[in-house]
Write a protein of this length. Structure first.
Length: 139
């Protein structure tokens, strides 16, 4: 396995609930885990994330641990297509934080397009899934 240069590790309040959300609902693959620590290394396409139970093992809490976690950050996760994710979330009655949209972002003299939506995980971390729409000349 090749490890990305940046791999977020998020603290979770309920390892089982988070693990099921990421693997059974979102479709992440559990690459490996350390059950005794409540830790899993997960991947989805080229994306990697670690989840770690705040109540087990060594924990780096920097403040009060209360919902929603991850205030001020969202994790942008590129996937080939967002439609399968949307279907799985709907099937499991998971409410979206932001509905699907097509958004173009200025990058120097061009724009990059995303078809994207946002959802919160069980602890409130904000996940922004997107599929790449390519580039176009800036308007």
């Amino acid at each position: 396995m090749i490890f990305n240069s940046l791999i977020p590790e998020i603290l979770v309040s309920n390892y089982k609930k988070s693990s099921e959300f990421y693997t059974k609902i979102l479709g992440f693959k559990m690459e490996y885990r350390r059950k005794e620590e409540g830790f899993s290394f997960l991947s989805l396409e080229k994306n990697q994330i670690m989840i770690d139970d705040v109540n087990k093992g060594r924990t780096w809490k920097t403040g009060k641990f209360e919902y929603p976690l991850g205030r001020g950050i969202n994790f942008q996760i590129q996937v080939k297509k967002i439609t399968p994710l949307l279907q799985r979330l709907k099937k499991h009655k998971i409410e979206l934080f932001a509905k699907p949209e097509e958004k173009w972002y200025k990058v120097k003299n061009s724009e990059r397009g995303n078809k994207q939506f946002l959802v919160q995980d069980p602890d409130g971390y904000l996940l922004r899934f997107f599929e790449d729409l390519g580039a176009r000349k800036a308007k």
